[in-house]
Design a protein. Structure first.
Length: 142
């Protein structure tokens, strides 16, 4: 009886911890060489700004010329924590991690926190614009 209670408690705790890290990835944009997703569960809106996780899978491995060891390591996916300014139509990367495999799998190629990055204008008609539009619209629903 005690074993069963302990087993149920462990199962419950595992389910709770798994749901704390759950993500809701939505395909937002694609180009000839990549697909980009937003985690709608991570969206934080403050005024005109939205912060959220964005993940991109690449059809062909990308060369990371900025990797710390300067070996031009290849990566097949990345994830960024991005701040969008819905009024100014800019974006600013806050964190960036690239992975050797798609869907944020395999080895970490590079992991960077960008505490002082500057906002960048978003090009009309780009996947970046689709991500901004989705994040700004979707975050209003929360």
């Amino acid at each position: 009886m005690k074993f069963t209670k302990n087993l149920l408690l462990v199962a419950f705790l595992l389910l709770q911890s798994a749901s704390a890290f759950a993500a809701n990835w939505v395909l937002v944009g694609a180009s000839y060489n990549s697909q980009s997703f937003i985690d709608t569960d991570s969206m934080i809106r403050e005024g005109n700004k939205v912060q959220c996780w964005v993940s991109t899978n690449y059809n062909e491995p990308q060369t990371d010329i900025f990797a710390i060891d300067y070996k031009n390591d290849k990566y097949s996916s990345d994830i960024s924590f991005i701040e969008y300014d819905c009024y100014k139509r800019t974006s600013r990367d806050l964190e960036f991690t690239s992975y050797s495999e798609k869907d944020r799998g395999g080895a970490v190629v590079r992991n960077v926190t960008l505490s002082s990055s500057s906002p960048s204008r978003i090009r009309p008609g780009s996947v970046a614009e689709a991500l901004l539009n989705f994040a700004c619209k979707q975050s209003m629903k929360k």
